[in-house]
Design a protein around this ligand. Structure first.
Ligand SMILES: [Zn+2]
Length: 240
């Protein structure tokens, strides 16, 4: 079957304007070796892609085959966008700037080639804030931190059924202080919050997140169906 071509599939949904630059990769990295190639293949069938992403960055922060336990705990402490920037750095160090992937249209199953350069990606131009604040309905303030790569991995492991449960999980992780109560907060405490307060906290986190979305916004060349293709980590790191 002929494979159609999509240029620049990464979506850029938010304008980056009056913001300052994201710091460079937060830890020194090297390109992938056979050690990491084997790990990508071993993990590619797992539903939790965050586990693979975190371990891949941690392994590429130490010598090939060395103990990466400490590096992994540092990677899990990064914000998700910092971890993703580190992944892009590993990909570029390993295989260069050009990425050629295939995506499948969910409507007609036609496969399209998604061909682009990493240097064309709209990278975030904002340094993630260490603290995010939301005003609540009783005039108190919720203080939060951004979700980390470790939160993302644990969230996927938790196997939650609905988006509301996932929001509860992440808000409980993110919440540092609620009025005069200090965290950590149990999931049940966040579940008990009013929906207006939860909404305000989610909106504050969303507004503070730098824009790096590795989902691919694609339009099928066969049927013109528009869809978001899942970021395929294995294809990204093990091109055919
Ligand atoms: Zn299609």
């Amino acid at each position: 079957m002929a494979v159609d071509r999509i240029e620049n599939p990464f979506r850029s949904t938010r304008a980056s304007s009056d913001r300052h630059a994201v710091p460079p990769a937060p830890l020194p990295l090297r390109g992938m070796t056979g050690h990491e190639e084997e790990i990508v293949e071993r993990y590619r069938a797992l539903p939790n892609t965050a586990t693979l992403c975190n371990e891949l960055v941690a392994r590429c922060a130490v010598a090939p085959g060395a103990d990466f336990t400490e590096a992994l705990s540092r990677v899990r402490g990064l914000t998700v966008v910092e971890r993703d920037l580190a992944l892009l750095a590993v990909r570029r160090l390993s295989l260069g700037d050009r990425v050629a992937m295939e995506v499948e249209c969910p409507a007609c199953r036609a496969r399209s080639a998604a061909d682009f350069r990493l240097s064309d990606l709209p990278l975030p131009t904002v340094a993630p804030p260490s603290e995010v604040r939301a005003s609540l309905t009783d005039a108190s303030v919720a203080v939060m931190r951004l979700p980390t790569a470790g939160d993302q991995e644990d969230l996927l492991d938790a196997g939650l059924q609905t988006d509301a449960e996932r929001r509860t999980f992440l808000l409980a992780r993110a919440l540092v202080r609620l009025g005069d109560r200090e965290g950590p907060f149990a999931v049940d405490a966040v579940r008990a919050l009013g929906v207006a307060d939860r909404k305000a906290m989610e909106a504050a986190l969303e507004a503070a997140l730098p824009d790096l979305d590795l989902g691919m916004e694609a339009a099928c060349a066969q049927c013109e169906h528009r869809f978001t293709a899942t970021f395929d980590v294995a294809a990204f790191f093990l091109p055919r």
